[in-house]
Design a protein around this ligand. Structure first.
Ligand code: NAP
Length: 438
C-alpha cells in the first residue's frame, strides 16, 4: 500500500469548539486519513494561555502562544479564536502562504469577508466557513454546491439559538422578554452580555453570509436591516398565538423584482410572525433551521443544532476534509462565485405581509373607515378580526382589531399606519409585526 502524504493542520484557538476539533482530529485520525487520502497531522494549537484547563485532555506539547510561526508552517489552518484581530491577520497570512483556511468566525466574515475571499481567490486556496452559519447544520455547502445549478429566490433562517429559545419560552409560558432572557442565561443559552444575540447582530452577520452565497453577490453587514427581539412583548406573543401565529427572529434574504423588471435583494433580520403550520414554526428551543425556496428545487428545509462545541466541530471537520481532499487532488480551489451583481435593497423596498393590532372605539362605521384608509394607501387586507372588550370600571366598550394584510411594501405600510394613527376612533396601535409564510 502506498504511504499517504501528511498535511500539517494548525489549530488557532482551543475553546468550546477548538477543543472538540482537536479531540476528533486525534481520536479519528485513521478514519479522517481514509476519507481524505492524506494524514491530517495536528501540528500545534495556538492559545493565549498554554496552561489553562481545557474541556478535553490534549498533549501539552501541542500548545503554543506563537500563532504566527504555527501558521507559516501549515498546509491547513483552522481559525477558532473568534474576534477580529489577530484572527484576520492570521487568516490572511495563512491564505497568502498557500494554506487552505477553515473558520467559524461569522463576525469577521461579516465585517471583512470580501478581503478574505479576495485573498483566497488570489492565492488559489479554499476558504471555508460552514460553522459560521447555523453551527452543525450543513447549509453553506448545499447553497454553494448542491444548488449551484438552480436559482434561489428566498432564504428564511432561524440562525440564532439564544433568541429562538427566548421567544419559545415566551410562547410556551407567557413570560415577558426579561424573564425569558434570565431563564436563558440561567441555562447557559444566553451570555451575560446578550446584546449581540437579542439585538439581532449575530443573526445579521449570518444573513449577510447566506445572502452572499445564495445570490452570488457580496453583501456586507451594512446591507442588512437589523431589528432584535427586545421590544417583543408577552402581549404581542399572546395576540400572535390567538391569531394562529408564532413569533420567530428570522434572517431573510430574498430576491425582489420591481414593476420595471429590476432585481434587488432584501437582506434583513427582524421578529416575524409565521403561521403555526409553517415548517419553521416547529423549530423549538435553541435549535436552528434554514428554509430555502429555489426555482427548480422548490422548498427545502435544513434543521439541527446551531451551536455547541461538538456539533460545531462536526461542521469544521467537514470543511477540513473537503479542503484536504482538494489539496490532495491538486489544482486551483474556488471559494464562491460573485457573478450576480444584484443590488441590496433598502428596508423601505422590502415587501411582506403585516399583522397590525389596533385598539379602537366600538362605534358603527369604524371598520369601514379603517378599511378605506388601507385601500387608499394600496395595502390590501387579507383578514380583519374584531374582539369587543368592556372596561369593568367605566363600563366603556372598546374593540381590538387584528388585521393581516397581503404583501405590501414597508413604505406603503408605514404610511398606512401613520394615517390610521390620525383617526379619532383609534385609541392605540398595539402592534405592527411582519408576517411571512402566508
Ligand atoms: P472560545 O470558547 O471563546 O475559545 C476561543 C479560543 O481562542 C480560546 O482557546 C482562546 O485561548 C483562543 N484565543 C482567543 N484569542 C486569542 C489570541 N489573541 N491568541 C491566541 N489564542 C486566542 O470560542 P468558541 O466558542 O470555541 O468559538 C470559536 C469561534 O467559533 C468563534 O468565531 C465563534 O463565533 C465560532 N462559533 C462558535 C460556536 C459555538 O457554539 N461556540 C458556534 C458556531 C461558531 P485561551 O483558551 O488560552 O483563552
Amino acid at each position: 500500500m502506498t504511504e499517504l502524504r501528511t498535511l500539517k493542520v494548525a489549530l488557532l484557538g482551543c475553546g468550546n469548539v477548538g477543543a472538540q476539533v482537536a479531540r476528533i482530529l486525534l481520536e479519528d485520525a485513521d478514519t479522517l486519513a481514509a476519507r481524505t487520502g492524506a494524514r491530517l497531522q495536528l501540528s500545534g494549537i495556538a492559545v493565549r494561555n498554554v496552561n489553562a484547563k481545557r474541556d478535553v485532555e490534549l498533549p501539552q506539547e501541542l500548545f503554543t502562544t506563537d500563532a504566527e510561526t504555527l501558521v507559516k508552517d501549515a498546509d491547513l489552518v483552522i481559525e477558532l479564536m473568534g474576534g477580529i484581530e489577530p484572527a484576520r491577520t492570521l487568516i490572511l497570512s495563512a491564505l497568502s502562504n498557500g494554506a487552505c483556511v477553515v473558520t467559524g468566525n461569522k463576525a469577521l466574515l461579516a465585517q471583512d469577508g470580501p478581503t478574505l475571499y479576495e485573498e483566497a481567490d488570489k492565492a488559489g486556496v479554499q476558504l471555508s466557513y460552514e460553522a459560521a452559519v447555523a453551527g452543525a447544520i450543513p447549509i453553506l455547502r448545499p447553497i454553494r454546491d448542491s444548488l449551484s445549478g438552480d436559482r434561489i429566490t428566498r432564504v428564511l433562517g432561524i440562525v440564532n439559538g439564544t433568541t429562538n429559545f427566548i421567544l419559545d419560552q415566551m410562547d410556551t409560558t407567557g413570560a415577558q422578554f426579561a424573564d425569558a432572557l434570565a431563564e436563558a442565561q440561567r441555562l447557559g443559552y444566553a451570555e451575560a452580555d446578550p446584546t449581540a444575540d437579542v439585538e439581532g447582530h449575530d443573526a445579521a452577520a449570518k444573513a449577510a453570509i447566506l445572502a452572499t452565497l445564495s445570490f452570488h453577490t457580496r453583501f456586507a453587514l451594512e446591507n442588512v436591516h437589523c431589528e432584535g427581539i427586545t421590544s417583543v412583548t408577552a402581549a404581542d406573543i399572546a395576540a400572535a398565538k390567538d391569531a394562529g401565529f408564532v413569533i420567530k427572529l428570522l434572517a431573510i434574504a430574498e430576491k425582489l423584482v420591481d414593476s420595471d423588471g429590476g432585481e434587488g435583494v432584501s437582506v434583513r433580520v427582524h421578529p416575524t410572525l409565521l403561521p403555526r403550520e409553517h415548517p419553521l414554526a416547529a423549530v423549538r428551543g435553541a435549535f436552528n433551521a434554514v428554509f430555502i425556496e429555489a426555482e427548480n428545487a422548490g422548498e427545502l428545509m435544513f434543521y439541527g443544532q446551531g451551536a455547541g462545541g461538538t456539533p460545531t466541530a462536526s461542521a469544521v471537520l467537514g470543511d477540513l476534509v473537503s479542503a484536504a481532499r482538494r489539496v490532495v487532488l491538486g489544482g486551483p480551489q474556488r471559494t464562491e462565485t460573485t457573478t450576480g451583481h444584484i443590488p441590496a435593497l433598502p428596508i423601505e423596498a422590502a415587501t411582506t405581509s403585516y399583522y397590525i393590532g389596533l385598539d379602537v372605539a366600538d362605534q358603527p362605521g369604524v371598520l369601514a373607515r379603517i378599511a378605506q384608509l388601507f385601500a387608499e394607501h394600496g395595502v390590501s387586507i387579507e383578514t380583519m378580526r374584531q374582539t369587543i372588550h368592556t372596561d369593568a370600571g367605566s363600563n366603556r366598550e372598546s374593540a381590538e382589531l387584528r388585521i393581516v394584510t397581503h404583501r405590501a411594501s414597508e413604505a406603503a405600510l408605514a404610511a398606512t399606519v401613520e394615517a390610521v394613527k390620525g383617526l379619532d376612533v383609534i385609541n392605540s396601535v398595539t402592534s405592527v409585526l411582519r408576517v411571512e409564510g402566508v
